[in-house]
Write a protein that binds this ligand. Sequence first.
Ligand code: TRP
Length: 338
Amino acid sequence: MEKKTVLTGDRPTGKLHIGHYVGSLHNRVKMQNEDSYNMYVMIADLQALTDNARDTEKVRNSVLQVALDYLAIGLDPEKTTIFIQSQIPALSELNTLYLNLVSVSRLERNPTVKSEIQQKNFNRSIPAGFLTYPVSQAADITAFKATLIPVGDDQKPMIEQTREIVKSVNSLYGNILVEPEGVFPPEGQGRIPGLDGNAKMSKSLGNTIYLSDDEDTLRKKIMSIYTDPDHVHVESPGKIEGNIVFTYLDIFGEDKEKIKEMKEHYKRGGLGDVTLKNYLFDVLNEVLLPIRTRRELYAKDPEAVYEMLRVGSEKANVRANKTLQEVKSAMGINYFNK
Ligand code: TRP
């Protein structure tokens, strides 16, 4: 049976955090290890540049950081093709062709882009490349004829727009592209609140736990979590609802029985915040320790990481060029090849 193709990726604008991990990273490692997929994971530096064109250094550095995070979580270059978006010229060509099939008003309706525009305070000076990045994302996905896209919920609108572009291309030029589907985390499990209680963990809000945080940093961050402001005495009853420590425990803790007992104890009174947070530290550190250790190992040899990315990009180029040629032939703009 032919393997299904999976494609996904991240914008390199910093290191990856546990929000990324629960949102989609751990889904990807799972899919990789099932061995029934042909997996591509892309570091989307072109997409990162759409709102960081004045800080190319940040994007460049983040490419290496994200690659290290990928290797650290267990993506294996022997099984998964890891590559850099900007090194695949076919993606930009497809983007140019697809841009003609999408209206400006459709772009302005994309809810994720819309909320990013607000969050980033672009006002009237939205970079054109930013507004159109969902089209470039459609190029990424279709170039590999990927059918499965493991991403966080915020990427639903991108997949929707990709499907529309696929339909346009197929109806105008012939049945060339395939419609992708998103692979999302289970209901209610794909999002982790920030350390400050904000519904979203994000770098720009400064409320993240990075996969690469050392033990000291991890402990400090956990100790800074806001629990229940009324829980001033150990012996007084505490609240579970909106208590981020329990939210994190629910997501990462394996020992559900113990967590249930701790919740009861906390509600009754007598379980102190420091004890509770120490337990969360143990739970999170158990998840992050192997990731951190592997990351440190790879970080010692950035040349080898770049070499891995070069090899991956070479493979990705072969695949993407093939699709590009098919699209150009179908459009009749292949003047010199038969
Ligand atoms: N938009 C994704 C993000 O915000 C990154 C991305 C770019 C991507 N191209 C993609 C994800 C293709 C999946 C498929 O991180």
